[in-house]
Design a protein around this ligand. Structure first.
Ligand SMILES: Nc1ncnc2c1ncn2[C@@H]1O[C@H](COP(=O)(O)OP(=O)(O)OP(=O)(O)O)[C@@H](O)[C@H]1O
Length: 292
């Protein structure tokens, strides 16, 4: 018993409890906020995929360290500084935009709002899905070209910025009107967030997938391009044939029928933010998208 007492006394006497002041608490809050904002920013940009890549490289380096693989460690040590510079160059547009946003945002409000998370939980309703499907096939019937991007978990702000703000409830009439020939908003893509059309005339990145059919032009390439770099779903209506296609995860399903498109939209709508089910769905889409 006395041995146990001695141990506890020794342990307690060695225990160092730092003195916490108000400035320490403020510092903890600031660091937590900055870290949280940084993680939200990563999650909402292309940096998310990159972060996963970095984690794999770090795990590999750890593995090399444990097994004492000296040549690999030497190479890793020599390339790390180049890698950091490369990261800054690759993410120069995102970093510039993040700093611009920081300059524009009301910092105090943002502190209590914790970023843009209130916008993120929005998911479109069943009615919105119906309206999108109706618009796509009505436009297809009269061969009006259209490009409709439906935002998922990854925010598409950088593409919204390239277009003209609309901020209107999604209705088939609004979509048909936007893509009407010779009107100011018909060129480029529409982006849908939740139940609202946030922007029109958006410029999307073009896919350089060599497997895409040569008969497809830039509208389809843009639809596939955005689905390669984000988790969005794009509906493309061909001006030439009136066919409706869907791009997701870099895959293109051409000439999809109305019922299947409705099912896809319903699937995404009901989906919880569960990466696993998204992967299964994407797998299914891959199997269906034979005619890329
Ligand atoms: N990068 C882009 N981002 C958004 N929209 C684009 C982009 N590139 C082209 N578009 C849209 O696609 C239209 C041109 O379509 P194009 O005829 O080249 O494509 P397509 O795939 O052959 O489709 P379609 O079958 O409708 O002819 C442009 O007028 C523009 O509205």
């Amino acid at each position: 018993m006395t041995a146990v007492n001695n141990f506890i006394q020794n342990y307690l006497s060695n225990l160092y409890i730092p003195r916490i002041t108000w400035t320490d608490i403020i510092e903890i809050f600031i660091i937590a906020f900055v870290l949280y904002s940084f993680l939200v920013w990563i999650k909402n940009t292309k940096a998310w995929a990159l972060l996963k890549g970095i984690i794999i490289v770090v795990l590999f380096a750890l593995f090399a360290y444990i097994l004492n693989l000296r040549t690999i460690l030497w190479i890793a040590g020599k390339t790390i500084s180049v890698g950091i510079i490369a990261l800054v160059i690759i993410f120069q547009p995102e970093l510039r935009r993040a700093l611009e946003q920081l300059g524009r945002k009301k910092l105090v409000l943002n502190f209590f709002n914790f970023g843009d998370s209130h916008e993120k939980d929005e998911r479109y309703s069943s009615k919105t899905a119906d309206e999108i499907v109706r618009a796509a096939y009505e436009m297809g019937a009269v061969k009006t070209g259209a490009l409709i991007v439906i935002e998922q978990d990854m925010m598409l702000d950088e593409y919204v910025r390239t277009g003209i703000n609309v901020d209107g409830i999604v209705t088939s009439q609004l979509l048909i009107n936007i893509f009407e020939h010779n009107t100011p908003l018909h060129d480029g893509a529409v982006i849908i967030r939740g139940n609202r059309v946030v922007a029109a005339t958006c410029y999307l990145p073009l896919s350089d997938n060599v497997n895409l059919s040569k008969e497809l032009g830039t509208r389809h390439r843009a639809g596939v391009g955005i689905s390669e770099v984000t988790d969005s779903m794009t509906i493309i209506v061909s001006e030439e044939t009136g066919a409706v296609s869907v791009a997701v995860g870099g895959e293109l399903i051409r000439d999809i029928d109305e019922h299947s498109l409705r099912n896809k939209l319903e699937y995404l709508r009901k989906r919880t933010i569960d990466v696993k089910s998204f992967k299964i769905w994407r797998g299914r889409i891959k199997n269906e998208g034979k005619n890329i």
